[in-house]
Design a protein around this ligand. Structure first.
Ligand code: ZN
Length: 408
């Protein structure tokens, strides 16, 4: 009996997870290590227990679910993604990858198929970085790109540390985060862009990622009264930040089609009616499919910041706190995914991922690759995020076919 995914079961599991932390518009909000995230993790774990998967968890909250193979000396074939979402999250970003992994385990269980190599399904902690920056925190610590102690000390906007949130949620596991000797890593994900739909592509073969550079900016001016303070005497941090936001957008527009940049987070002090603002914090990032061009975008940003700061007599401090990519995924794995898709008469397209993914951190540890399924309308990080039941099932089946090939 050839293991085959069950489209109904996979779809239902996506709906069941989406029902945890539902938003009024039909999406989900499960920020990392919140009550909602913890509940989704618990449901996921119950499903894994039904399949007798061996559960281990590390000190940063990454979950590992293992199915033993017949060869105890073989490195595991690993796959998965993340169950956390952004505040305006949809039902598929990350969730599709984790539940595809679960469906692979279910299909093998149904077929009574024991692979030669062991399999490991992973739910990475805090991929989105909405609550605790930086993004891809769990995989970052796992890969040694960030020290565990440094990650544990990071706080959210209300001052709660990662360590505190792990403790409260009961998600701190006993393992010390470290690479697990995997033979290879695969991640299935939604495209989060419009290209596959526009080109009628069933399966995206992700050959690599963009290079992204993240910054926290602090604009410091001088507090004053909005009435008596004449315009020429103001050192208004919020007005300066407004110029910075538009400069970020201008830099991205000039770097199209390969470039993107956004200012996506702002915090303003004293944020009071009647006060000229004196401290404004911004988060922004620049990214490009060529690393040199992303670095040039950063240089343009810094030039713009200097000009705005001088003209408006404010100080702008730049904290370049994280980067990712460019990553080039393993060619053999990309070829395998392409072949498995073609074997099922599916159309494929080689793609570059514009978003950050846990696979970026895993790629230096072992041969890694990603598979995309289409996002209807290219909409993502939005309750309208959608892929059809058929698209979901096809992606999962190609993943299963590839896993069977790799694990025997
Ligand atoms: Zn994701």
């Amino acid at each position: 009996m050839t293991p085959t995914v069950n489209p109904d079961r996979l779809w239902q599991s996506i709906l069941d997870i989406a029902a945890i932390g539902p938003t009024p518009e039909g999406g989900s909000c499960r920020l990392a290590l919140t009550h909602e995230d913890t509940e989704a993790r618990a449901l996921f774990l119950r499903w894994c227990h039904d399949l007798n998967l061996h559960h281990e968890q590390d000190a940063i909250g990454n979950m590992f679910l293992r199915r033993e193979g017949s060869d105890p000396t073989a490195g595991a074939v690993a796959f998965g993604s993340h169950l956390d979402t952004v505040p305006t999250g949809g039902r598929f970003d990350g969730i599709f990858g984790v539940l595809t992994g679960l469906e692979i385990m279910c299909a093998l269980h149904d077929a009574g198929h024991r692979t030669r190599a062991p399999l490991e399904l992973v739910n990475w902690m805090n991929e989105e970085g909405s609550r605790f920056r930086p993004a891809m925190m769990g995989s970052r610590v796992h890969a040694g790109d960030m020290a565990l102690e440094a990650a544990l000390a990071i706080t959210d906007d209300s001052g709660i540390t990662v360590a505190g949130a792990l403790k409260t949620s009961g998600q701190a596991g006993g393992l010390t985060p470290s690479p697990r000797g995997w033979a290879c890593w695969l991640e299935a994900h939604i495209e989060q862009g419009p290209v596959m739909e526009a080109t009628n592509t069933d399966i995206g073969i992700v050959t690599g990622t963009m290079h992204a550079r993240y910054f926290q900016l602090v604009v410091t001016g001088e507090p004053s009264h909005v009435g008596p303070t004449t315009m020429d005497r103001r050192r208004d941090s919020l007005a300066a930040a407004a110029e910075v936001i538009l400069a970020v957008e201008r830099i991205a527009l000039a770097a199209e089609p390969g470039g993107r940049a956004s200012a996506s987070w702002i915090e303003n002090y004293p944020n009071a009616r009647g006060n000229v603002s004196n401290v404004t914090r911004l988060h922004c990032d620049v990214r490009h499919d060529r690393a040199a061009d992303a670095i040039a975008m950063e240089a343009s940003l810094r030039t713009a910041l200097d000009e705005i700061a001088a003209r408006r007599q404010v100080r702008i401090d730049v904290d370049p706190y994280a980067t990712f990519g460019p990553v080039h995924f393993d060619q053999n794995l990309c070829n395998l995914l392409r072949r498995k898709a073609e074997n099922r008469q599916l159309s494929t397209r080689d793609m570059t991922a514009a978003a950050g993914h846990d696979s970026v951190l895993i790629a230096p540890l072992c041969p890694s690759a990603m598979l995309f399924i289409p996002s209807v309308g290219g909409i993502t990080h939005n309750p309208k995020e959608y892929s059809t039941k058929e698209q979901v099932a096809l992606g999962a089946q190609v993943m299963l076919d590839a896993v069977l090939d790799l694990a025997g």
